[in-house]
Design a protein around this ligand. Sequence first.
Ligand SMILES: Cc1cc2nc3c(=O)[nH]c(=O)nc-3n(C[C@H](O)[C@H](O)[C@H](O)COP(=O)(O)O)c2cc1C
Ligand SMILES: [Mn+2]
Length: 470
Amino acid sequence: MPKDLRSFMRELEVAGELLRIDQEVDPKTNLGGLAWQGENWLNKATYFTNLKGYPNWTAISYAEASRRRLALGLGTIPREFIPTMRELLKKGPTPKQPVATGPVKDKIFTGDKVNLAHLPIHVMSNMDAGAYIGGGMGIIRDPDTGIQNVSLHRHQVKGKNRLGVLMHPGRHMDMIYRKYEQRNEPMPIALAIGHHPAYYLCTCWTFPFGVDEFEMAGTFLGEAVRTVKGETVDLDIPADAELVIEGYIPPHEREIEGPFAEHTGYARAGSGFNPYLVVTAVTRRNDAIYYALQGGKPIASSQILDGLPMEVVIYERIKDVGGFVNVHDVVAIPSAGGSHIIVVQITPKIQGEARDVASAVLSSPYLHPKIAIVVDDDIDPHDIKEVIWSLSTRVNPQRDVFIIPDTHGHHLDASLPLITPPGTFPQIRRGSKMGIDATKPPLTEPDARDEFTRAHAMGSDGFDIRDFLK
Ligand SMILES: Cc1cc2nc3c(=O)[nH]c(=O)nc-3n(C[C@H](O)[C@H](O)[C@H](O)COP(=O)(O)O)c2cc1C
Ligand SMILES: [Mn+2]
């Protein structure tokens, strides 16, 4: 059996990671909030079996949206995520396996039969313009090379066969869409919704331009991705997805899109005149599970799906700074509004190394990192209390904080000034970045370093209070 959303949901259930809600839930009014509370209050993914107005559907939220669950899907544990992914990346792509048909073709709707109102697309946040698809893996083809690209984008429901689309400037969909615009041709697209988390991880990974994300999904899964042809588009679509929406994005056309609460937790940035998508077909499983990916207020899917790949990419980038760095861990802080703060744990060898590392973090393939904090090897970078303690006891601001002015910033970060007119596509921001060296003095200064050796409560390493209560 191929790995898919269903095989993963069985794993979640066995691991105690899945809540099930059988009471009636309304995708338009309370599914988003219940999903958010399931993750943020109870640390679970939520499976909704009773959807108001959609009797034949069920839905899942936060399936992939935690460190633990993503690690589970990849057969590892959270602390081993970076080394596991580095090993997998070394294997390179796995060619896709075309098949004649698959479960995603159980039901096929084209022409007048297409109606997005028949899908239980949910409203994620109170400030959103309406229902949005968050979990649509956007498959397109580079018209020059024929190579497919897959990326995740927000899609506002705008009518029975019309969706919005937001493309960040410089990302691969934006680059490929511009090629279609130069030819004055519509860009065919398929959104695959609902699958194993390895698919979502690849979709959100920043691979070099020209890498087919689904070939990397095959490597992450340990099995080739099975693909079928689209009904109305010449694209290779995952055969074992739950639901697929096919269509095209017309060239040069823009219309109002948004607002939509983003990974920053705010809703206005990004909204304005954006391209749109015309739906030409919907195909799905008989008993399709809607993948109600929840965006917006942290912690939501965006912080995890953007953040974990970022950690691996940044680790690769900084390990060779200055020749060699003792780097132990990289954490994209999920509560930092979409990975705008990165904490790196190193053992500094020499003065200045931590600053060099912070500079590399701030100029990675990602635009999100705005603040880089470098901590020493005795600080747990996942524990924000530890990071704050380190900042408060190891940082002399005038010596250890540096600011890089006038950098390019993330287009959804409303704290950075826009340099393109508001509401136009694409939106570009000028910002600045900050590095903080919160490490102890380096190994070359053992005496100074020793002054920062941590004290512990007496004997606390040697016993467990619970044994004293028996
Ligand atoms: C939940 C979620 C929603 C996202 N929404 C958008 C979006 O609306 N527009 C966009 O350009 N990128 C969005 N992204 C980021 C891209 O999917 C991501 O940068 C991806 O790696 C881009 O693919 P590429 O490397 O092929 O360009 C989103 C990511 C996540 C995790
Ligand atoms: Mn890509």
